[in-house]
Design a protein around this ligand. Structure first.
Ligand code: NAG
Ligand code: NAG
Ligand code: NAG
Ligand code: NAG
Ligand code: NAG
Ligand code: NAG
Ligand code: NAG
Ligand code: NAG
Ligand code: NAG
Ligand code: NAG
Ligand code: NAG
Ligand code: NAG
Length: 809
C-alpha cells in the first residue's frame, strides 16, 4: 500500500503519536537554515502542496519511524512503502535495485518487456526539445508501469571534462547549456509521468579511474576533484539548475570527493550549493559507497542512506548531545517523501512493483519513438559525390562486426568494471548503469537486407573487422562452410557459399568448383560493390575510462575497403568523441554517418537516413579533434584532480586556443541547404538588465528572475535545396570582456522542419542566466555591462548572422 494521506486528514492525526512539529523545530547549527525546507526561506512554489502532505505525514512519525524511512524502510502505520529506485534513462535497467534490495547484489541483468531506447548522449544529438521530452516521458512511463517510484537518472554528469571519460554515453552532451536543457526536460518529463527524477551525479565526478574506494580501483580512490568557484558554477553546477527547476525530486551524490570531502558528506556541495543556492527541495541519495559516516553524511546533506550508519541509537544520541538536530532529521524525512507527493504517486493508480521477468508489457508504441529519435540523432559528417541518400544501388557490401548481430544477444553482458574499447557486434546500448534491456535489436545488416530485397540490390557482407583470406585459407570457416576445402570435395551440407563472381586477384571459390583456397576477402568484396558500407563502433562505460579515441583494426578496415572501393560509406556508433583522421580525407570515402548508441531500432533508424526517408539533422554534442593531443584534458591519475582548465573544455578550449577541430561542436550536414538572414536581437526586459544581480526571491531552481527572458532573438532560415529538412539553428553569445567568458557559448537552439523552397522564423528566448556570469566576490550571477555579440548559424564555427547588443552603460 502507498499512503493516500491528505493534508486535512493528516492534520487531524497530528495530536496522536509522537508527532514532531517540523515548523517549530530549532534551526540546525551545522547546516544553513535555507537547506531546511521548513525554514520557509526557499519559496516552494508548485512544491507547496507536496510539502504540506509530506510534512503532515512526517508529523505522524516517531523518530524511529523517520529513521526507518530515511534508511529505505516502510512504515505501516502511515502506509508508507519503501520507494523502489532503478537505474536507466535508456530503458528500465536490470543491473541494480535500491530500496528493499541491496544495490550491490547485481542479481539481474535486464528487464523484460521494456523498450531499449537511445542512450542520452544519442538523444542529445537530436538537439530537439520535443523529441527529448517524448523519449524521456516514454522511458518514465515504463518505470511507472513496472512499479518504480524513483529513477537513478536522468544523467547530466560526467559532463565530459575529458573525452576519455568512460561514462559519457550516459550524458546529454558536453556543453552545459545543451546538457542543461536536456536535463531540465528530463526532470519535467519524468515528473509528468509520475516518476521522481533522481538526477546524477553530483558533482565533479568526471572520470571512472580511481572512482571507487570500495572497488579495486586503487589506493588513490576515490579521487578528489577541485574546481574553482567560477568553473563550478559556469560549467558543472549549471545544468543542475535546470534539473531542479524542471522538477527533479531526487539527486544522486557521487562516489567521489570534492575538495577532499566525499560528495555525499559534503556540506558545501549539498546543503550549500544544491539545497540553498538552487533551492532543491527533494532527497539526496548516495551512489555506491558514497556514505561512510553517520553524522558527516546526515549533516552534510545526505537524506537517504544506510541503516548501517543511521541506526536509531546513533541518530537519537546525536540529537541528544547536539551532534545532529531534530530539525535536520525531520527535514530528511520530509525530503524522502515530498517527491512522491509532488509527482502524484499518492493518487492510487500506480501498478504494483514487479520483478524483472514479470510479463508486464509497458512498451506501448514506444518503438516508433526509438526509430524516430534514432534517425533524428544521426549526424551526417561528410557527403560527397551525392553518395547519400542511396537510391536502389545495384550492389552493396557491408564490412565490420558492428554491421550485424553479436553471436549471443541482444542482451549481452557487460562488466561494470570496464568494457570496450570496441564491440564485436552491433552496438546500440551502453554498459554499467547505461546498459539497455533490449526486447529485440534491429541490426544494420537486417535493415539493409530488407531494403535490398525490395530494391533488387545484391547485398553481401563480411561481419568481421580483421578477416583476411589467408587467415582461413584452406580451412573453411568462411561464409558458413565447414568442410575440408583442400580436399576438393564440397563442404558437408549445401552451406551458404556466396555466389560471387571472381574479383581482381581472387581465385576460384573453394568448395564450389574444386578450388584449393579461399580468397574472398575484404578487398575482393569491396572491389565488386557499387556501395561499400563500413561499420565501426567505440564502447566504454561505467567503471573504466576509455583507452583510445580511435581503433587501429577498425581504421585499417576502413582504409582497406576504401583502397578498393571509390564509394565507401562509413557508419560510426560511439559512446563519445571518436577520431576519424586515419581516413577522413580519403576521397574514396564519400560519406560518414556518425551517431551515438541509438537503441533497439538502430538498423531501421540508420536505413531511414541512408535512403533519405529521413533527412539527417543530428548535430555533434562534442568536438571531434584531429588528434588525441588536440584535447586538453586527459584522465587524472592522481588522488587530487585539479580542474585547472577551468571552463575551457570541448569547444570552449578549441576556440580559445585556436585549435582547429576536424568537426566542431554543433556540426552536421543535411541533404538540403539552408540560408540564414534577418537576425534581430531585442532586449525584452531592460529593467531587469539594468540590475547587475538578480532581484528575485530564492525559489526552487534558484533566484526566480534568473529564468526570466531578458532578450529575444529571431532569424529567418530558408531551405533553398530540393528536399524538406530539419535545421538545427544555434545561437551563440560572446560576452563583454569583463565577464571573463569563453570566446562564444551556446545559448539557444531550435530544430525546425522547413520544406524545400520555404523559410521559417526561428526565435530564441534568452534568459537572464544565459547572459550572466558567476561573480565570485558577490556570490551571485551577474550581468556585465558592455557589448554582447549574438550569432546564429549551423554550428559553433559556421555562424551566418550576428548582431551586437549593448547592455548597461
Ligand atoms: C507548529 O509550530 C508552529 C510554530 O510554533 C505553530 O504555529 C503551529 O501551530 C504548529 N503546528 C502544529 C500542527 O502543532
Ligand atoms: C531559522 O533561521 C531562519 C534564518 O535565521 C529564521 O528566519 C527562522 O525563523 C528560524 N526558524 C526557527 C524555527 O528558528
Ligand atoms: C492505510 O491503509 C489502510 C488500507 O487501505 C486503511 O484502512 C488505513 O486507514 C490507512 N491508514 C492510514 C493512516 O492512512
Ligand atoms: C495518477 O498519476 C498518474 C501519473 O501522473 C496519471 O497518469 C494518472 O492519470 C493519475 N490518476 C489519477 C486518478 O489522477
Ligand atoms: C573547493 O575549493 C576551491 C579552491 O579552494 C574553491 O574555490 C571552491 O569554492 C571549493 N568548492 C566547494 C564546493 O567548496
Ligand atoms: C528503528 O526502529 C524501528 C522501530 O523499532 C525499527 O523498525 C527499525 O528497523 C530501526 N531502524 C534502524 C535503522 O535501526
Ligand atoms: C554524540 O553522540 C554520537 C553518537 O553516539 C557520538 O558519535 C558523538 O561522538 C557524540 N558527540 C558528543 C559531542 O558527545
Ligand atoms: C574475425 O576474424 C579473425 C581472423 O579470422 C578471427 O580471429 C576473429 O575471431 C573473428 N572475429 C569474430 C567476431 O568472428
Ligand atoms: C583435408 O584433406 C586433406 C586431403 O584429404 C588432408 O590431407 C588434410 O589433413 C585434411 N585437413 C583437415 C584439417 O582435415
Ligand atoms: C542441396 O541442394 C540441392 C539442389 O538445390 C538439393 O537437391 C539437395 O537436397 C540439397 N542438399 C542438402 C543436404 O540440403
Ligand atoms: C579509390 O578506389 C579505386 C577503386 O575504385 C582505387 O583504384 C583507388 O586507388 C582508390 N583510391 C584511394 C586513395 O584509395
Ligand atoms: C568508381 O568506380 C566505378 C567502378 O570502377 C566507376 O564506374 C565510377 O565512375 C567511379 N566513380 C568515381 C567517382 O570515380
Amino acid at each position: 500500500m502507498r499512503p493516500t494521506i491528505n493534508v486535512v486528514a493528516a492534520a487531524l492525526l497530528l495530536p496522536l503519536g509522537a508527532a514532531q512539529n517540523t515548523t517549530s523545530s530549532t534551526n540546525t547549527t551545522t547546516s544553513t537554515s535555507e537547506a531546511i525546507l521548513s525554514s520557509g526561506e526557499v519559496s516552494l512554489g508548485d512544491w507547496a502542496d507536496a510539502y504540506a502532505k509530506a510534512a503532515a505525514l512526517v508529523a505522524q512519525l516517531t523518530n524511529e519511524e523517520k529513521i526507518t524511512i530515511i534508511t529505505g524502510g516502510s512504515v505501516s502505520s502511515v502506509n508508507w512503502t519503501a520507494l523502489e529506485f532503478k537505474d536507466g534513462t535508456q530503458s528500465v535497467q536490470g543491473m541494480a535495485v535500491y530500496g528493499s534490495t541491496s544495490r550491490t547484489s547485481l542479481t539481474e541483468t535486464g528487464y523484460d518487456y521494456v523498450t531499449g531506447f537511445a542512450e542520452s548522449s544519442a538523444l542529445a544529438m537530436t538537439w530537439d526539445k520535443t523529441l527529448m521530452y517524448d523519449q524521456l516521458k516514454a522511458v518514465a512511463l515504463e518505470f511507472y508501469g513496472k512499479g518504480f517510484q524513483v529513477t537513478n537518472g536522468p544523467t547530466s554528469q560526467p559532463l565530459g571534462r575529458t573525452p576519455w571519460g568512460g561514462r559519457l554515453v550516459e550524458t546529454l552532451g558536453q556543453d552545459p547549456y545543451l546538457n542543461g536543457i536536456g536535463f531540465g526536460i528530463g526532470a519535467k518529463a519524468f515528473s509528468d509521468a509520475g516518476i521522481v527524477a533522481g538526477g546524477k551525479h553530483f558533482l565533479l565526478n568526471e572520470q571512472e579511474t580511481n572512482r571507487q574506494a570500495s572497488g579495486s580501483d586503487s589506493d588513490l580512490a576515490p579521487y578528489s576533484s577541485v574546481a574553482d568557484d567560477k568553473t563550478m558554477h559556469e560549467t558543472y553546477l549549471w545544468s543542475f539548475y535546470d534539473g531542479v527547476k524542471g522538477g527533479m525530486g531526487a539527486v544522486m551524490c557521487a562516489m567521489t570527493k570534492v575538495n577532499g570531502t566525499l560528495s555525499c558528506e559534503n556540506e558545501d556541495l549539498l546543503q550549500g550549493l544544491l539545497k540553498t543556492e538552487l533551492g532543491f527541495p527533494g532527497l539526496v541519495f548516495p551512489d555506491v559507497g558514497g556514505q561512510t559516516n553517520a553524522f558527516e553524511s546526515a549533516n552534510g546533506g545526505l537524506d537517504y542512506g544506510s541503516s548501517t550508519y543511521w541506526t536509531n541509537a546513533t541518530l537519537q544520541a546525536g540529537i541528544d548531545n547536539g551532534t545532529f538536530t531534530q530539525a535536520r532529521l525531520d527535514d530528511m524525512a520530509v525530503r524522502n517523501v515530498i517527491g512522491y507527493f509532488k509527482v502524484g504517486l499518492d493518487n492510487g493508480t500506480q501498478p504494483e512493483y514487479v520483478g524483472s521477468d514479470a510479463y508486464v508489457d509497458v512498451r506501448g508504441n514506444h518503438s516508433t519513438i526509438v526509430r524516430t529519435n534514432g534517425a533524428a540523432s544521426l549526424v551526417l559528417l561528410k557527403n560527397t559525390n551525392n553518395a547519400l541518400p542511396l537510391s536502389k544501388p545495384k550492389s552493396m557490401a557491408l564490412f565490420g562486426s558492428h554491421a550485424g548481430p553479436v553471436m549471443a544477444g541482444p542482451n549481452y553482458y557487460f562488466s561494470v568494471q570496464g568494457s570496450g574499447p570496441t564491440y564485436e557486434g552491433h552496438l546500440a546500448g551502453g554498459s554499467g548503469s547505461g546498459q539497455t534491456s533490449f526486447p529485440y535489436l534491429i541490426t544494420p545488416q537486417q535493415a539493409l537486407t530488407t531494403k535490398a530485397s525490395l530494391d533488387g540490390t545484391m547485398i553481401r557482407w563480411i561481419l568481421n573487422n580483421t578477416y583476411t583470406s589467408s587467415t582461413d585459407s584452406g580451412s573453411g570457416g568462411f561464409g558458413g562452410m565447414t568442410g575440408n576445402t583442400t580436399s576438393g570435395t564440397a563442404p558437408s551440407g549445401n552451406g551458404t557459399a556466396p555466389s560471387l563472381s571472381k574479383r581482381a586477384g581472387g581465385a576460384a571459390i573453394a568448395g564450389l568448383s574444386g578450388g584449393t583456397s579461399l580468397t574472398q576477402d575484404i578487398p575482393d568484396y569491396a572491389t565488386g560493390a557499387e556501395v561499400c558500407m563500413v561499420f565501426i563502433n567505440a564502447l566504454s562505460g561505467e567503471g573504466a575510462d576509455r583507452t583510445e579515441l580511435r581503433n587501429t583494426d577498425q581504421d585499417d578496415l576502413v582504409s582497406t575497403v576504401a583502397e578498393n572501393c571509390n564509394n565507401t560509406i562509413v557508419v560510426v556508433n560511439t559512446v563519445g568523441a571518436r577520431l576519424l583522421d586515419a581516413w577522413i580525407e580519403n576521397d574514396n570515402i564519400t560519406a560518414v554517418v556518425y551517431g551515438g548508441l541509438v537503441g533497439q531500432e538502430s538498423g531501421n533508424s540508420l536505413a531511414d537516413v541512408l535512403y533519405g526517408d529521413v533527412n539527417p539533422s543530428g548535430r555533434l554534442p562534442h568536438t571531434i579533434a584531429k588528434n588525441e593531443s588536440d584535447y586538453n584534458v586527459e584522465i587524472c591519475e592522481t588522488a587530487v584532480c585539479n580542474f585547472t582548465e577551468g571552463n575551457y573544455i570541448d569547444y570552449r578550449y578549441f576556440d580559445k586556443y585556436n585549435v582547429t577541430p576536424r568537426y566542431e561542436f554543433g556540426y552536421g550536414l543535411s541533404y538540403t541547404t539552408f540560408d540564414y538572414s534577418d537576425l534581430t536581437v531585442n532586449i525584452t526586459n531592460s529593467t531587469a538588465l539594468a540590475s547587475t544581480y538578480p532581484t528575485g526571491g530564492l525559489a526552487v531552481g534558484g533566484k526566480t528572475d534568473l529564468w526570466d527572458e531578458v532578450i529575444s532573438a529571431s532569424v529567418t532560415v530558408a531551405n533553398n535545396g530540393t528536399v524538406d529538412g530539419n535545421e538545427v539553428s544555434q545561437l551563440y553569445v560572446e560576452y563583454p570582456t569583463a565577464a571573463d567568458q569563453p570566446v562564444r557559448q551556446l545559448r539557444g537552439f531550435e530544430r525546425t522542419l522547413i520544406s524545400s523552397g520555404s523559410s521559417a522564423t526561428v526565435t530564441f528566448s534568452v534568459r537572464r542566466r544565459d547572459v550572466s556570469f558567476w561573480d565570485v566576490a558577490a556570490q551571485e550571477w551577474a550581468i556585465a555591462s558592455g557589448n554582447y555579440v549574438f550569432s546564429v548559424g549551423a554550428s559553433s564555427r559556421d555562424l551566418r548572422v550576428s548582431q551586437t547588443v549593448t547592455v548597461g552603460t
